[in-house]
Ligand binder design. Structure first.
Ligand SMILES: *C/C=C(C)/C=C/C=C(C)/C=C/C1=C(C)CCCC1(C)C
Length: 261
């Protein structure tokens, strides 16, 4: 009797263990009508491919452009890994992976800001102050936004302070030292890249505070607008991370070929 009981226990424990992963993976399989989940998958893969591309292309450009391309690859690499996690959170729970987004932003946004500094550095002398001002604006913008969303401060205060940080960044790249160096000293290809990057930071980035605003101040609540918000954020990241990198790749290749000719 004792033996039968213990072997029964063993059988059920084994069956349970075998069932566990089946259950877990059953719930995490992407449904064919989960378009938000599908967008998470598409962007993850696009980010992986872009990373490979940017890293490989560093071999093709002149030395002084290599760092810019490496940083573009780091942005898409860090984002790709976060997208894997965000995708799983979404597919398993249908909820917004807020904390992963902010960790991703905390690493990728400063790297994107460094790109402004790097492409100016590649063509002329530019002070370290540009770098620090862009960094400070970024940190203010993101920490205020996170504190507001996570409930450490009121969402309104988080929003207002976050907007001030973003305004500071925009001021620097349009009218500050960075903007002046670009318009006074940069060759044409760099000027046009700089100007497109600037518009990405203005228009492309506006999507994130807009999402914050819709989530907190229109009465819809962050959960109600979760699906549309995630699709919008995902598409925004294609422009703000991949297209941004491609612009830098383009100017690096153009300037390198010019130097070779
Ligand atoms: C690749 C990810 C990027 C470029 C993320 C950018 C995020 C922002 C520009 C966020 C901005 C915010 C404000 C301007 C105010 C409200 C809070 C934020 C953090 C959503």
């Amino acid at each position: 009797m004792k033996q039968i009981l213990s072997s029964l226990k063993l059988v059920s424990a084994t069956a349970g263990l075998m069932l566990l992963p089946t259950l877990a993976s059953a719930s995490s399989i992407l449904e064919s009508d989960d378009f938000v989940g599908i967008s998470f998958w598409l962007i993850s893969m696009a980010l992986v491919a872009s990373t490979a591309f940017f890293f490989l292309e560093t071999q093709r450009v002149e030395g002084k452009w290599k760092t810019s391309l490496t940083v573009s690859g780091l942005v898409t690499l860090v984002a790709a890994v976060h997208y894997f996690y965000m995708r799983d959170v979404w597919v398993e729970t249908g909820s917004t992976p807020l904390v992963y987004r902010y960790i991703d932003w905390l690493i990728t946004v400063p790297l994107l800001m460094i790109e402004f500094y790097l492409i100016l550095r590649a063509i002329t002398n530019v002070s370290g102050g540009v770098f620090w001002r862009l960094m400070i604006g970024t940190l203010i913008m993101l920490s205020a936004g996170y504190a507001g969303e996570a409930g450490y401060i009121s969402p309104l205060i988080g929003f207002v302070v976050g907007m001030a940080g973003w305004a500071y960044i925009l001021y620097e790249i349009f009218y500050g030292e960075a903007g002046k160096v670009a318009s006074d000293q940069a060759p044409e290809s760099v000027q046009s890249a700089f100007s497109t990057m600037r518009w990405i930071v203005t228009i492309g980035w506006a999507i994130y505070p807009l999402g914050y605003f819709m989530g907190y101040f229109t009465g819809a609540g962050p959960e109600a607008s979760a699906a549309s918000l995630n699709i919008i954020y995902n598409l925004a990241d294609v422009i703000n991370k991949i297209a941004f990198g491609v612009i830098i790749w383009n100017v690096a290749v153009t300037e390198s070929d010019k130097a070779k000719a």
